[in-house]
Design a protein around this ligand. Structure first.
Ligand code: GRF
Length: 208
């Protein structure tokens, strides 16, 4: 199995940590890439001895050339799969084409509700009683691709952003490694918008 994974992250990297701690996914994480030099995710990667690369958006004249720089890092590390974990940038068409069906993203709401950069805040403001987390394959539209996995999270009467975000993070750390595992083990079957997750690893007969 070739499951070399790059994790793209802009923030503290708790989800990156969950991926690196996963017994299946962890050993395959060969690159952590960030658009922020001070991202905690880069520190977490270094602490594990995983190559940590900062690609500075300010060093590129436009989005397409930033995107090409990211793509060239992925290629130079022989990356096969890309897991986005709090990466606050939209990937461009060239990168999406190169990794079609092999990029997964994590979103802190139950898509298609509350897409965008503020999934937790928007769910609270709307007054929903249940929100959650979504892992989905990435396509050219924001927070839109076929859904791999979801977990519901209740919104409690006294929740504020911090308390809800904490519960959301707990669900993410449970759910996302399983979704990334299914991707790298070749267990996803995509038909239109619908993703079937196989329980058996193709060609091995092994059950997860
Ligand atoms: C997560 O809530 C993820 O859903 C969102 O960004 C956050 C990243 O958190 N896209 P962390 O850096 O993994 O702690």
């Amino acid at each position: 199995m070739d499951a070399r994974v790059a994790v793209l992250a802009s923030g503290t990297g708790t989800n990156l940590q969950a991926l690196m701690d996963d017994p299946v996914v962890g050993p395959w994480v060969v690159l952590v890439l960030s658009d922020r030099a001070e991202a905690g995710a880069l520190e977490r990667a270094r602490a594990r001895g995983v190559p940590a690369v900062f690609v500075d958006p300010a060093a590129y004249p436009d989005r397409a050339s930033f995107d090409r720089a990211v793509l060239s890092e992925l290629r130079s590390h022989d990356v096969r799969f890309v897991a986005m974990a709090g990466f606050m940038r939209i990937l461009g068409p060239e990168l999406l084409r190169a990794y079609e069906g092999r990029i997964i993203n994590l979103h802190p709401a139950l898509l298609p509700s509350f897409p965008g950069a503020h999934g937790v805040r928007d769910a609270l403001a709307w007054g929903v009683k249940v929100t959650g987390v979504t892992a989905h394959l990435v396509d050219e539209e924001l927070d839109h691709g076929p859904i791999v996995a979801q977990e519901a999270v209740p919104v409690l009467p006294d929740d504020d952003w911090d308390s809800l975000a904490e519960r959301i993070h707990e669900a993410e750390h449970r759910m996302y490694p399983k979704a990334v595992r299914a991707l790298v083990e070749g267990r996803l079957r995509v038909e239109g918008r619908v993703v079937r997750v196989l329980e058996e690893i193709p060609g091995t007969g092994a059950r997860t």
